[in-house]
Ligand binder design. Structure first.
Ligand SMILES: *Cc1c(COP(=O)(O)O)cnc(C)c1O
Length: 396
């Protein structure tokens, strides 16, 4: 059995599983029993592929970045998930899960969102496929991410504020789980990354694996080889990174680099680098590395990038870290800002602050002239414009 797949209990090595309240057991069991059979049918695959092509705009380009390559004296390709409909990779997963929900006979979708990006992607696809949608969001996040709240409402979804605790993502998650317990029959819970109880991490990984599947085909067309020397992506929960790595995991000569958000620096405590400063614990229904106090309370993470500001990390990443298949490095806020300005000025591509963390590796690591490097640009930076402008001292 592949060391990159879950065992029968839903663990990748020591991480994963399904740590859920007993009342959710039937929902999770139902999903686990049915999802593989459904997503492998022709009818599911045909509809999924048709929407990815004609609605999302896939395949997303694999762009040879000539100016960037010259600057770093190597060969750099950018996988352009920023060009997807709604502006990031998240829609690959929401289309997959909502199609699945419909085929399972569900009539209602719920999701939680922190920065609002997963909420927008979920509300978009719920509207497209004509299914009721409720998005839970921390009250504090609703204030910080007001434009995304308006977008979700404009799409016709309902937004419910989570008013407990820190009024952020983890509180929204608790509210969504409570809703699911109360509405087990008709409701499907759409999780936005490779996190949550088994089988969510492996299901989301499968939906996002389209990214690396396309990279192999596109790189072969451009260079005659399907494998690059390096593949680089940023990690919040870890879905764009897993999607980017998925079809390269078994190719040991492809070096995989993932960037966690260092925030103000891992030594400051104001960080979201779960693998660097976290310890194993349980969050969001699975066992993984988690930023926590000695007695197991979650510490509020910090990153300039809302999408990476998560105290845990997907269980497959925890495993890939421990077996050293992926090199996880942390990139601080200022390094990401610099990389974001640099890419904008070099290639005319304004990356999401999340994606800028991946781009920042080019400055940290030295590459050989003949190396081939693929960096995934997970999303576009329009949403981060005010954040960039407030920090424009990093422009040079
Ligand atoms: C949400 C988001 C991320 C982080 O999520 P992952 O599951 O780690 O991919 C990264 N980039 C963008 C643009 C996002 O919207």
């Amino acid at each position: 059995m592949s060391k990159y797949k879950t065992n029968e209990y839903g663990f990748y090595g020591n991480f994963g599983g399904a740590y859920i309240p007993e009342m959710l057991y039937p929902n999770i069991e139902n999903l686990k029993q049915n999802y593989k059979a459904i997503i492998n049918t022709d009818s599911f695959q045909n509809e999924f592929k048709d929407l990815l092509k004609n609605y999302v705009g896939r395949p997303s380009p694999l762009y040879f970045a000539k100016n960037l390559s010259k600057k770093y004296n190597t060969n750099i390709y950018l996988k352009r998930e920023d060009l997807n409909h709604t502006g990031s990779h998240k829609i690959n997963n929401t289309i997959g899960q909502i199609l699945l929900a419909k085929q399972m006979g569900k009539t209602r979708i719920i999701a939680e969102t922190g920065a609002g990006q997963h909420g927008v992607a979920t509300a978009t696809v719920a509207t497209l496929l004509g299914i009721d949608c409720v998005i839970y969001m921390g009250e504090k996040d609703m204030q910080r991410q007001a434009p995304n709240v308006e977008r979700i409402k404009m799409l016709g979804a309902k937004v419910i504020a989570a008013k407990s605790g820190s009024k952020t993502l983890k509180d929204a998650t608790n509210e969504a789980l409570r809703d699911w317990i109360n509405n087990p029959e008709n409701t499907f819970y759409v999780i936005g990354s490779v996190v949550g109880p088994h089988p969510y991490p492996e299901m989301v990984a499968e939906f996002q694996s389209i990214i690396s599947k396309e990279i192999k085909i596109q790189l072969f067309e451009k260079t005659g080889k399907e494998n690059p020397d390096y593949v680089i992506a940023c990690v919040g929960g870890g879905s764009n990174a897993i999607g980017t790595f998925y079809n390269f995991l078994e190719d040991d000569n492809v070096k995989l680099i993932a960037t966690e958000a260092g925030g103000l620096g891992i030594e400051t405590g104001k960080t979201a680098a779960s693998l660097k400063v976290g310890k194993p614990g349980v969050i969001h229904g699975s066992k993984t590395y988690l930023i926590q106090t000695d007695d197991g309370q979650i510490i509020e993470p910090h990153s300039i990038s809302a999408g990476l500001d998560y105290p845990g990390i997907g269980p497959l990443h925890a495993h890939l870290h421990d077996i050293k298949r992926v090199n996880y490095i942390s990139i601080n806020d200022d390094e990401a800002l610099k990389a974001g300005f640099m890419l904008t000025r070099t290639e005319g591509i304004l990356p999401a602050l999340e994606s800028a963390h991946a781009v920042a590796v080019l400055e940290k690591q030295s590459f050989k002239t003949k190396d081939v490097i693929v960096v995934t640009i997970s999303g576009r930076g329009d949403k981060d414009l005010s954040n960039y402008l407030q920090n424009n001292k990093f422009k040079k």
